[in-house]
Design a protein around this ligand. Structure first.
Ligand code: BGC
Length: 766
């Protein structure tokens, strides 16, 4: 209420100025083209104001919470908490009033966003701030928003329309709480299961990541106006293959690998119109990404013609000095980063002073600062922030968590849960299994929401236990709580589950990783939470084995943001499900799949290795990767990329191509028949792979080049058509120039990347 009065007052002041006969400056006139508004505003700004536009701060509540709960030493040692020594939340507010802050992040309520904006509107030129937030799977990082599955689950749906809709709905929920900029999509290609951030990526395949990324960018940005939010493709580049699996550790990649694997999703994102990009924590071949002019200037702006702005990641410009040590002090780090192409600093207090000094000393030309400020202002104008700096606190909840968005979250959860193994146990018969043990750390916990989620109200989350009770009310579910903490499980509770199992007809163990951000240091997966193995943590394996020793059928459901090597379970249990991080309706979706109300359809967007020793394990590896297989243990994955079962069987037949020989400019038409030979309606994800048989540089054994998600009624057969265009046959030659080489190609179509699943045809390029 207080805020609304404040807003009305501000609007009234603005109207009075307009009526007083003073001519409003050109930049305030919405009918003037954006470029002119930008130039007009820029011409009125002082150097301090310009440099302020390039700086970001965390929200006041975030600072206050840390100030109250952490000791000064904790704050100093834990950069993740954002702390500005000698600079309080009040100082940040004061700077905002003075027009020295361009953006905020980690503002979690509409009230705070409107309040901070009201401070910015009091500044000399009344330039609104842009609010950024990690809306990775819905605007889940703030309370009371729709929580969809994380990107790894979404990718497994292979449903591009769904990715687009989720991004659109997220944009609406964000604007409804005055947020304008999401730090998503993460379009890194995940190549190491130890890395805790696999869950926020679209998996290991550059083509799938690109497709999902593009739809997400388009969904967020629309036509980049007042209903839309700014997308941020991140992190540029290579951090998803860290040398030891830990977040931000060095990456050492050949230019070929960078260009073949890591760049395509970024380039496609830029083509799709992404107007912001975040650089990566890591150094790339010895140069920190945050001072890497090859990345930001040569490739991003030079080769791809990126027109948006680049934002740094958390404290990473500082790390050029205090971690990578390629700058001797902070000021030098700022200098290196700006001269390499950086536009906005996430986040902190020294930026304004040092960058102004660097300009005054003549080291950074003011024209370079103008370039960045132009890019930032351009976005603020386009998003309508000058006309609409506030969101309405009275109507915010009409949009957030509305029925349409909830339905999409449920649809996405249903489509993202992967059935990995089923020895005929599923779907469950209610008559046969009347008393069912439910146990495991993720059985009745909000951890199911996944990483990048704040606390959400209990009424907005369905845990697995709740889902089971909802879907099968006649079943007697006996819950044996194992607590949430995999590191500190109690053997007594494990034993209790084992003895209850003997009294039940069936056991459901919901295990996996712990991702909840509220317990940052207790997590086992997520950002900055990497592992040196991919086994289940704590007593979880013991729990599974002891429960299974009851002799009753045991189902393992995994909730996790990374692949887990559950080899024993895959061999010994009759059913295995990987639910990834399924979001607010995950529990319902899992229960519906267990009971056959929903036919599972998702496929794996990453390979699941058996053990960490198999890393790097990817389906699109080079031909020599397993020339000499591992001694003692298998060289095959536990489950391959693209794999996932349904309750149906689908029969693939009649793979045809319209020609066996073509020129490098022609296209190839492909068709295949897919028949639902089961009893349930279902969606099948048909995948097309290509191999270039002989080439001047080595090429992967296969690469995904197209896919289709098709609904099929029982008994129904459809002909699925694909077109292979020349770009799908292209690779980088010895000089890294794109080429389509004459010779033989093999085209493969089927339900997964496993050789045994694929039909083949060969064709030649003349
Ligand atoms: C992460 C980014 C994120 C930023 C802001 C960083 O630690 O690496 O992905 O956008 O924090 O929360």
């Amino acid at each position: 209420m207080k805020n609304r009065r404040k807003i009305t007052l501000i609007t009234a002041c603005m109207m009075m100025a307009a009526c007083s006969g003073e001519k409003a400056p050109l930049y305030k006139d919405a009918s003037v083209p954006v470029e002119k508004r930008v130039e007009d505003l820029l011409s009125r700004m002082t150097l301090e104001e310009k440099v302020g536009q390039m700086n970001q701060f965390v929200g006041l509540e975030h600072i206050r919470k840390n100030e109250a709960s952490l000791s000064e030493e904790d704050l100093r040692n834990n950069t993740a908490n954002a702390f500005y020594p000698g600079f309080s939340a009040d100082s940040v507010a004061d700077w905002t009033r003075k027009g020295l802050v361009g953006s905020f992040l980690h503002v979690l309520t509409i009230e705070e966003a409107n309040y901070l904006q009201s401070l910015a509107m009091q500044s000399r030129l009344a330039i609104p701030v842009i609010f950024g937030i990690d809306a990775i799977h819905g605007n889940a990082n703030a309370p009371d928003n729709t929580v969809y599955p994380t990107n790894i689950g979404l990718a497994g749906t292979f449903d591009l329309d769904l990715a687009y809709r989720i991004a659109r709905e997220t944009a609406a929920e964000m604007r409804a709480m005055n947020m304008h900029w999401t730090f998503n999509p993460n379009v890194e290609v995940a190549r190491d299961p130890r890395w805790g951030r696999v869950g926020e990526t679209f998996g290991e395949d550059p083509y799938l990541v690109s497709k999902m990324g593009v739809q997400t960018v388009k969904g967020y940005q629309g036509d980049l106006s007042s209903d839309d939010v700014l997308a941020c493709i991140k992190h540029f580049a290579g951090g998803s293959q860290p040398i030891n699996g830990t977040n931000g550790s060095p990456t050492d990649l050949s230019e070929r690998t960078i260009r073949e694997v890591f760049f395509p999703p970024f380039e496609e994102g830029v083509k799709a119109g992404a107007m912001s990009l975040m650089t990566a924590h890591n150094e790339l071949n010895g140069i920190p990404c945050h001072s890497n002019d090859w990345l930001m200037e040569d490739v991003l702006r030079g080769e791809w013609d990126f027109r948006g702005f680049v934002v740094s990641d958390w404290m990473d410009i500082e790390h050029i000095y205090d971690l990578h040590a390629t700058a001797e002090n902070l000021k030098e780090a700022f200098y290196q980063s700006i001269m390499a192409g950086m536009d906005m600093h996430m986040h902190g207090v020294y930026w304004n002073e040092y960058v102004c000094e660097l300009v005054r000393e003549g080291r950074i030309p003011e024209s370079r600062i103008d370039e960045s400020v132009r890019r930032i202002l351009d976005i603020k104008f386009r998003l309508g922030l000058f006309e609409q700096p506030y969101a309405d606190e009275n109507t915010t909840m009409d949009v957030r968590l509305c029925d349409e968005h909830r339905n999409t979250a449920l649809e996405a959860a249903r489509k993202s849960v992967v059935l990995l193994k089923n020895d005929g146990l599923l779907p469950l018969s209610k008559d046969r299994y009347r008393r069912v043990l439910v146990t495991g750390i993720n059985a009745d916990d909000h951890n199911i929401l996944g990483d990048w989620s704040a606390d959400q109200k209990a009424e907005n989350v369905i845990t697995v236990l709740e889902g089971l009770k909802m879907v099968s009310p006649e079943t007697d579910f006996v819950f044996v709580d194992q607590g949430w903490d995999p590191r500190n499980m109690s053997r007594a509770k494990v034993n209790r589950a084992a003895s209850v199992a003997r009294t039940c007809d069936l056991n459901i163990v919901v295990a996996g990783e712990y991702m909840y951000r509220g317990r940052w240091t207790e997590r086992t997966s997520g950002e900055d939470t990497d592992r040196s193995d991919i086994d289940l943590v704590g007593l979880q394996n013991e729990l599974i084995r002891k429960v299974a020793a009851s002799g009753k059928p045991t189902i393992l459901v995994l909730v996790s943001g990374r692949p887990l090597g559950t080899e024993w379970a895959a061999e010994h249990l009759p059913a295995l499900i990987n639910a990834w991080e399924p979001g607010m309706y995950g529990g319902q979706a899992i229960a519906e799949i267990l009971y056959g109300k929903v036919n599972p359809s998702a496929k794996l967007a990453v390979t699941i290795p058996r053990s960490v020793g198999q890393t790097q394990m990817i389906y699109n590896h080079k031909p020599s990767q397993y020339f000499h297989p591992y001694a003692v243990t298998p060289s095959t994955p536990l489950y391959p990329f693209g794999y996932g079962l349904s309750y149906n069987t689908y029969e693939y037949s009649d793979l045809t191509i319209d020609k066996e020989e073509m020129t490098a400019e022609q296209t190839l038409k492909v068709s295949v028949k897919v028949k639902n030979t089961g009893k349930m309606a279902g969606d099948e994800i048909v995948q097309l792979y290509i191999r270039d048989c002989f080439s001047q540089v080595t090429r992967p054994v296969k690469e995904l080049k197209d896919f289709a998600r098709i609904p099929l009624a029982p008994g129904e057969e459809k002909t699925v058509e694909f077109t292979v265009t020349p770009d799908k046959l292209m690779f980088l030659d010895r000089h890294l120039d794109p080429i389509v080489e004459p010779g033989e190609f093999i085209l493969m179509v089927g339900p997964s990347s496993a050789d045994s699943d694929l039909l083949r045809k060969s064709f030649r390029v003349r």
